[in-house]
Design a protein around this ligand. Structure first.
Ligand SMILES: Nc1ncnc2c1ncn2[C@@H]1O[C@H](COP(=O)(O)OP(=O)(O)OP(=O)(O)O)[C@@H](O)[C@H]1O
Ligand SMILES: [Mg+2]
Length: 246
């Protein structure tokens, strides 16, 4: 049965969509079957980052509303046969849809895919509650700023209340020379604030930024330090999904 991985954050712009696209890509490059679901309704980006922006006829909201079948909303990646995207709705409101609908969708997708990676909207609103309905694990993406880490704490608490016991954090956009310099927190301080297992650290790198804006997950270029790092992160997350609950 497939695993559902939620990618969330408190603050916007921490890198959730970049992380979602690259985790999906590294897993597909290893031959796993993966579907990415963009749950950031009205603010969709994942289709752009995957270079699939003109391919969406139906979106996840159409599936949840019963307007189309799951198959009709699955957009196949151009490069990997086992990688699919389900785009977000261009409208903010996904009307008449409840977390139960999302859970049912996740359970159906588990039968067909090994990994279902969900790109959540930033924040702790209803959009997060909907996106997280079927999740086995949440990866909270933060940047090394006190404000972002505090918002990550809040998201972690909300996800805990929802019942997602497996939560990790991922530190993105790191400029090593600024960590713990008195203005920005150190990794030890972030660990202490979040009290979550770390999935890894991703450096601020303009290649990541350029690749995302070119519609190409940066990991498609194999054997770079970025590819190796995303791969390690992906397998740390997967290992955690396989652990029994305490
Ligand atoms: N490690 C990184 N190095 C350089 N640029 C990055 C990195 N991670 C993300 N970015 C850039 O930061 C911006 C925000 O990333 P992204 O869109 O993935 O964030 P998000 O959390 O999904 O945002 P939103 O909350 O709006 O959905 C993008 O321009 C992206 O290219
Ligand atoms: Mg995003």
């Amino acid at each position: 049965m497939g695993k559902i991985i939620l990618i969330a954050s408190g603050k916007g712009g921490t890198g959730k969509s970049v992380v979602t696209s690259n985790l999906g890509a590294v897993l597909a490059m290893d031959g796993h079957s993966v579907v990415l679901i963009d749950m950031d309704m009205g603010m969709r980006n994942l289709d752009l980052y995957m270079g699939l922006e003109n391919k969406a006829v139906y979106n996840v909201c159409d599936v949840l509303n019963g307007v189309c079948r799951i198959k009709q909303a699955l957009i196949k990646d151009k490069r990997f046969d086992s990688l699919y995207l389900m785009a977000a709705s261009p409208e903010k409101l996904c009307e008449n849809v409840t977390p139960l609908h999302m859970k049912v969708l996740c359970d159906k997708l588990r039968e067909r895919f090994e990994y279902i990676i969900i790109d959540a909207p930033a924040g702790i609103d209803d959009g997060l509650v909907l996106a997280s309905a079927g999740a086995d694990i949440a990866v909270i993406v933060t940047v090394p700023e006190f404000a972002a880490v505090r918002d990550a704490q809040t998201v972690s608490a909300v996800l805990s209340r929802i019942g997602i016991d497996k939560r990790m954090y991922l530190l993105n956009n790191v400029k090593a020379n600024l960590l713990g310099n008195g203005v920005f927190p150190s990794v030890a301080e972030i660990d202490e604030m979040l009290k979550l297992k770390a999935a890894g650290i991703i450096q601020a790198d303009e290649n990541i930024h350029i690749a995302a804006n070119s519609g190409l997950p940066v990991v498609f270029k194999r054997d770079t330090y970025i590819h190796k790092n995303f791969k390690k992160i992906a397998y740390r997350i997967i290992k955690e999904t396989a652990q029994q609950k305490d």
